[in-house]
Design a protein around this ligand. Sequence first.
Ligand code: NAG
Ligand code: NAG
Ligand code: NAG
Ligand code: NAG
Ligand code: NAG
Ligand code: NAG
Ligand code: NAG
Ligand code: NAG
Length: 660
Amino acid sequence: MDFPSTFGFFLSIILVLLLAQADQSPFIYNFCGQNGNYTANSTYQTNLNSLLGSLSSPGNDNGYGFYSSSVGANSDKVNAFGLCRGDVKADDCESCVSQASDPLKKACPVQKEAIIWYDYCMLRYSNETLYGIVTTFPAVFLSNVQNVSSPEEFNRQLKLLWEGLITEAAAGGTDRKFAKGTNTTASLVKIYGFAQCTPDLSPEECTQCLDAALEQIPLFSYGKIGGNAVAPSCILRYEIRNFFYPTSEASAPSPQLETPASPSPPPPSGKKNNTSRNVIIAVTIIVSLVLISLAIWIYLRFWKRNRPPEEADEVMSAEALQFEFESIRVATHNFSEANTLGRGGFGAVYRGRLWNEEEIAVKRLSRDSAQGDVEFKNEVLLVAKLQHRNLVRLLGFCLERNERLLVYEFVPNASLDQFIFDPIKREQLDWDIRYKIIVGIARGLLYLHEDSRLRIIHRDLKASNILLDAEMNPKIADFGMARLFNIDQTQGETSRVVGTYGYMAPEYVMRGHFSVKSDVYSFGVLVLEIVSGQKNSSFCHEGNLEDLLGYAWNSWKQGTSSNLIDPMLRTGSRTEIVRCIRIGLLCVQQSISDRPTMAAVTQMLTSNSVDLPVPSQPAYFMYSHGIGSSSDMSLGFESYSGLTGSDQSKSHSAHKPIYS
Ligand SMILES: *[C@@H]1O[C@H](CO)[C@@H](O)[C@H](O)[C@H]1NC(C)=O
Ligand SMILES: *[C@@H]1O[C@H](CO)[C@@H](O)[C@H](O)[C@H]1NC(C)=O
Ligand SMILES: *[C@@H]1O[C@H](CO)[C@@H](O)[C@H](O)[C@H]1NC(C)=O
Ligand SMILES: *[C@@H]1O[C@H](CO)[C@@H](O)[C@H](O)[C@H]1NC(C)=O
Ligand SMILES: *[C@@H]1O[C@H](CO)[C@@H](O)[C@H](O)[C@H]1NC(C)=O
Ligand SMILES: *[C@@H]1O[C@H](CO)[C@@H](O)[C@H](O)[C@H]1NC(C)=O
Ligand SMILES: *[C@@H]1O[C@H](CO)[C@@H](O)[C@H](O)[C@H]1NC(C)=O
Ligand SMILES: *[C@@H]1O[C@H](CO)[C@@H](O)[C@H](O)[C@H]1NC(C)=O
C-alpha cells in the first residue's frame, strides 16, 4: 500500500473540470464514495432518507449556512453536512441544501457516502464521522479556459488576495469560516475571490485545507481568468467578474463576528443546541498526526479507484466553459456570413476570434432538441472531457437567449473532403500523409469507442467530419452530437437515423440498429476513399460509373487492388496501400461480427505482423439506389421513413460540409 505518499500528491491527481460562470450552472460535480453500499430497505437507508429530509430544517442550521446532523446509531448511523457559500442569503441557502439531496441520492443510489457541490452549497453524507475532520479529497478543480493578458502580474496580485482571504477565513470563528474580497491589478483588472472552510475545522485545519487547494491553483488555472477548487472541507474561487451573491442590507447574512472568541449571537429564528454534534476532536492534534491520519483516512475512503480513468492522468485534462453570448457574438462578427465556415445537420458553424486572439469555431445549434438546459449542460461537460489529439476539442458552450452554441478549437486546414476529393489539392496528400490520417482517425475512433469513460458512437463519420490541423493531423469533428441532442445512445436502436448516406452501415440505414460496428463500417468507406481519392458516390473508373465498394471488392477478388489506388499517389509502399484496402474491405463487411473492432483495426494498421482475415463481399449491395445521387446528404434528424419522401431536397440543400 502506498498511502503514505498519497497526501503529497492526492490533490494533484484530481479532476480538472471546467465550469466557468457557475452561477448559471448550479451543479458543479459529485462523487459517490467507494467504501461500501447499503442494501435496499435497510435501516441505513431509512436513516439516510430521514436525515436528508430534515437536514435543511432550521434546527440543524448553525445560523451561518452550515447544517450538520446525524441519524441512527452504531453501524447504521448516517452523518451529513450541508454548507452554503458564505455570501449566500439564508433562504437560498436552505433551498440549495434541501434541493441537493434528490440529485445526490439519484447519482449515488446505494453508496454509503456521497458528496455534491453546487455553486451556492454543497451536501455530503457518510457513515463515517464528518465533524472536525479535514477532508481534501475528492476535490474538483475548475478553470476558465480564457487567458489573462499579463499572467505574471495577475498572479502576483491573486497571490496577495489569497493570502489575505485565507488568513481571514481561517480566523473566522466557529460559526463561519468565509472571506471574500477583491483586488485590482496594475492594469486595472479587478479580481474577485473567496475562501471558505467548513466551520467545524480549527483555524489550523482550515489553513491546511486551503493551502493545499491553493497549491494546486497555479497548476490548473495559471494565467486563467477564473478558477475554482472545491474539496469537501474547503473551497477557493476567483473570477475577474463579480460573481458574489448580490448584497442587500436586509437580507445579508449576519455580519462577521467582531470577536471570534466570544459566542456568536443566535440568529433570529432561534438556534437549537447542536446536541447531535460531536465535540471537535482534532483541534489539538499536531499537524503531522493530522497528515498521517488524513492520508490513511483518504486512502480508505476515496482513494480506491475513485477517479474516472481518463481524467486521472492529466491534471488539466478536461475543461469546459460557459461562454457569454455577447463575447461569441463579437468574436464571430455577429455571426456574419463572412465568418461562416459551413452548415451541417446540426446548425451553422462560424469562425471566430476571442478577445484574447484565440481562434474558435462556433456551432450554432438548431433548437430542435427536446433536451432541457441542465441535461444539455451536463452532456457538454461530459463531451468536453473527451480529449484526444485526434478529436476536435470542445472548449465550451453558451446557453443564453434561447441560443445553444458549442465552442470548438479552430482547426486550420479545413476538412479532409476538401483535399481528397479535389482534383488539384489531392496531389498534396502523399501516401505518408494519407497513412497518418487513416491511423489518426482510427485512434480517435478507438478512443471514442473504448478508451473514454463514455462509449461514444459517432454515427456520422465521413470525410467532411475529419478536420486537418496545421501538420495535417486528422481530428474527428461532431462526435457526441447524439448525446447533445438527446438521441438515445443506450438503446442501440432508433427511429431517427442520423448520418450520411454512403457512409452508413446497412443495418443502421435499414433498421436503425447502430453500434460501434456501424462506425467501423463508415471508417472502412473512408479508408477506401482516402486510398482511391474517389468519393463513393461519384466513383468513376474508366468511364464506368460504379460503386466504390463494389469496385474495390471486384478488384480485390481479381487480385488487381492496385487499380483502386489514386493515380496521384506516386510514392508509398504498394504493399502497405493494398493492406489498407484490405482493412477497408474488412470494415465494410455485411455481417457485423465479421467487421473488426477499432482496437483490432488500429493493430492491423500499426503492425505488419498482424495477419488479416480474408474479406468477403461487402455490404454495398444492400443499398437501394433510388435515394438520390449525393452520398454526402446529411440526414440530420429526418427519420428513416422520411428519407425517401419529399424532405430529400431540403436535406440535400443543407448538406454543405462543415468548415467549407
Ligand atoms: C456499490 O454499488 C455500485 C453501484 O451499484 C457498484 O458499482 C459497486 O461495485 C458496489 N460496491 C460494493 C463494495 O459493493
Ligand atoms: C462505514 O462503512 C464501511 C463499509 O461498509 C465500513 O467498513 C466502515 O467500518 C463503516 N464505518 C463506520 C464508522 O461504521
Ligand atoms: C423495499 O420496499 C419496497 C416498498 O416497501 C418494496 O416495493 C421493495 O420490493 C423492497 N425492496 C427490497 C429489496 O426488499
Ligand atoms: C492560453 O495560453 C496557453 C499558453 O500560452 C495556450 O496554450 C492556450 O491555447 C491559451 N488559451 C486560450 C483560450 O487562449
Ligand atoms: C490587494 O493588494 C495589495 C497590494 O497591492 C495588498 O496590500 C492588499 O492587502 C490586497 N487586498 C486584499 C483584499 O488582499
Ligand atoms: C446582429 O444581428 C442581429 C440579428 O441577427 C441584429 O438584430 C443586430 O442589430 C446585429 N448587431 C450588429 C451590431 O450588427
Ligand atoms: C495547413 O495549415 C498550415 C497553417 O495554416 C499551412 O501552413 C499549411 O500550408 C497547410 N497545409 C496545407 C496542405 O494546406
Ligand atoms: C456509393 O454510392 C452509390 C451511389 O452512387 C450508392 O449506390 C452506393 O450504395 C454507395 N455505396 C456505399 C457503400 O455507400
